[in-house]
Design a protein around this ligand. Structure first.
Ligand code: PLP
Length: 264
């Protein structure tokens, strides 16, 4: 019997020892959405639900080696990029992407954890903007990351978000999903911008202390849908539904003392 082609996604991201964010969230998301997951690990973190104790960047040549090993054998349909740690890691991942011509890439420009730990050196923000952002299909910054990429102040009122998303699009990605969920009162509002214009994507807001890994889950869910062959706009909407369900289900989990993980 002829088998259907296996949809494969690759995550290039950091490891979270507590299992809620990073590579671990990405692989759970891929699996839950029926996609086979491969991973190239950029950094190890020693962390739990209360915070990040230590970060160890993987040597950049080894990040590149992981990406090339995957590229030479697996038929990757989409890539998600998360935590990149250092200037050299950003350069290595930009080089690694050359092994994946035409493959759609979702870049979550991870900078600081919810608990305040630095996950990307400040010097690397400019390199990320210049070397990676123009190459990718979609960037998924939150408000603070979007502001940092633009060199603008972080405060952002709801009516300013569409302008921000448009200016982010001018940095050269195929599309922008500016996530504003954390700061908005009644709804979880994201702004999607591509060459066709700007669109508001809203979902009901659900209060829970278990939001660890939300950003990672959103970007990997988009990559999973792209790997299955969905259009970018459809992938974004399906991923937003997936994340909303994962946040609502998070209260079923009792993991750790702090900001617990969402439930896949
Ligand atoms: N740890 C790793 C390895 C991550 O990639 C991320 C976010 O991308 C975080 C921690 C932060 O997760 P949160 O801000 O949801 O706690």
């Amino acid at each position: 019997m002829k088998k259907d082609k296996t949809a494969i996604a690759l995550t290039v991201a950091g490891s979270d020892s507590s299992g809620g964010a990073g590579i671990q969230a990405d692989l759970k998301t891929f699996s839950a959405l029926g996609v086979y997951g491969a991973s190239a690990i950029t950094a190890l973190t020693a962390q739990n639900t209360t915070g990040v104790d230590e970060v160890m960047a993987v040597p950049p040549e080894f990040v590149l080696a992981q990406m090339r090993a995957v590229a030479s054998d697996l038929d990757v349909g989409a890539i998600k990029i998360g935590m990149l740690a250092t200037d050299e890691t950003v350069e290595a991942v930009a080089a690694g992407l050359e092994a994946f011509p035409e493959v759609p890439v979702v870049l979550d420009p991870v900078m600081v954890s919810t608990s305040g730990a630095l996950l990307l050196d400040e010097t690397a923000v400019g390199i990320l903007r210049d070397r990676l952002v123009p190459r990718v299909t979609l960037i998924t910054p939150n408000l603070a990351e979007g502001a940092a990429l633009l060199g603008e102040p972080p405060e952002s009122r709801e009516h300013m978000l569409e302008g921000r998303a448009t200016r982010l699009l001018e940095l050269g990605p195929g599309a922008v999903l500016l996530t504003g969920g954390e700061s908005m009162a009644e709804t979880a509002l994201d702004i999607y911008a591509d060459a066709n214009g700007v669109e508001r994507i809203e979902a009901p807001r659900h209060e829970t202390r278990n939001t660890h890994g939300t950003g990672c889950t959103l970007s990997s869910a988009i990559a999973a849908e792209l790997a299955k062959g969905e259009s970018l706009e459809k992938a974004v909407k399906l991923a937003k539904m997936y994340v909303t369900a994962a946040i609502i289900a998070a209260d079923e989990l009792d993991v750790g003392q702090g900001n617990g993980p969402v439930h896949h």
